[in-house]
Design a protein around this ligand. Structure first.
Ligand SMILES: [Zn+2]
Length: 269
C-alpha cells in the first residue's frame, strides 16, 4: 500500500503536471470516484497536497478532491501526442479520466478498486483529516513532541502504534518495519519499555527511512508506480520482504496487528 513516501512522490509529480491546467471534461467510470465530479467542469487545479496517505487536490472553485489510493490506486498523466501510444498503460482498470484543454489527460486507475476519490467542501475536508496524528517530516515533529506522544501509549506495542494513523501520519507496514530495524527495536516491544536512547534512535530512524523512501520515489514491491514509472526504494530495504538482515542474520516473520512483519532477532532487541 502506498505510504507517506509513495504518496509524497505522486503529489510532487501531480503538482508539476496539472496545476493551472483547465479541465474541460471528466469521465467517471467507477463508483469509487464520486459521480458528481463530472459536473464540475470547467475548473483548474490550483494546488496538490499530501496529508498522511491522502492526496488533496485543490480546485479553483473552492472545492477539493480527497483521494486515498488504497492498495493499488495510481495516476497517469499523458500528453495529447502520446494518447494512442500509451493506451495500454492508462486504459486498464480505469476509474476516471480528466481531460485538459490542451488535450492531455490525467487518469485515475486501480486494479483492486479499494480506496476513495471524494469531492469535498473545505469544512468537510478539515473534518475528514482532523483525527490524523502529526506529520513525521514536519518541523513541529520534534523529539520532545515524540516523547510526549509516546507517554500516552506506554502499554501499546511499538509497531502497531507506528502504523496507527491517529498517532502518527503516513507510516504503514513497510516503513514501520524498516524504522524499527534501523532503530534496533523489536516490533513487539511495549512502548513503555523503551529507554531514552531507544526513543531517540526510533525518532531518527522514522525520519531517515521516510526520507530515503522519498529520495528513491517510493517502494515498488506490488502495484505501486508513480507518474513516471517504478520507485527504487525496494533496492534499499533492510528487512521488509527480506529473508536476511543487512548483517546476514535470518529474519523472523510474524503477523502483528494482522500484518506480516519481518524482524531480526539478533539486531532488534
Ligand atoms: Zn540482524
Amino acid at each position: 500500500m502506498p505510504e507517506l513516501p509513495e504518496v509524497e512522490t505522486i503529489v510532487a509529480q501531480l503538482k508539476q503536471k496539472i496545476i493551472g491546467n483547465k479541465v474541460i471534461k471528466v469521465e467517471v467510470l467507477d463508483s469509487l470516484v464520486e459521480p458528481k465530479i463530472k459536473d464540475l467542469t470547467p475548473f483548474r487545479f490550483i494546488d496538490v497536497r499530501r496529508r498522511a496517505k491522502y492526496i488533496i487536490m485543490c480546485l479553483d472553485n473552492g472545492k477539493y478532491f480527497l483521494v486515498h489510493l488504497g492498495m493499488t490506486g495510481l495516476f497517469y498523466f499523458v500528453e495529447k501526442a502520446q494518447l494512442e501510444q500509451k493506451k495500454k498503460c492508462y486504459q486498464p482498470h480505469l476509474l476516471a479520466t480528466f481531460t485538459f484543454n490542451d488535450g492531455s489527460i490525467l487518469t485515475h486507475n486501480s486494479v483492486r478498486k479499494i480506496g476513495s476519490f471524494r469531492l469535498m467542501e473545505e469544512k468537510e475536508l478539515n473534518m475528514a483529516l482532523s483525527k490524523l496524528g502529526p506529520e513525521p517530516l514536519d518541523s513541529e515533529f520534534t523529539l520532545g513532541k515524540f516523547k510526549e506522544m509516546l507517554t500516552q501509549k506506554s502499554r501499546a506495542k511499538v509497531k502497531v502504534t507506528l502504523m496507527d494513523q491517529s498517532f502518527i501520519a503516513g507510516i504503514g507496514n513497510i516503513y514501520a518495519q524498516e524504522a524499527l530495524y534501523h532503530a534496533g527495536i523489536n516490533p513487539e516491544r511495549k512502548i513503555g519499555s523503551l529507554n531514552s536512547t531507544e526513543t531517540k534512535k526510533l525518532y531518527e530512524s522514522i525520519i531517515l527511512v521516510l526520507k530515503e523512501g522519498i529520495k528513491h520515489k517510493g517502494t515498488s514491491v506490488d502495484e505501486y508506480i508513480h507518474l513516471e514509472g517504478a520507485g527504487e526504494n525496494q533496492k534499499y530495504l533492510r528487512v521488509y520482504r527480506k529473508k536476511k538482515c543487512p548483517q546476514g542474520h535470518l529474519l523472523k516473520k510474524e503477523a502483528m496487528g494482522g500484518r506480516g512483519t519481518s524482524y531480526c532477532p539478533v539486531c532488534q532487541k
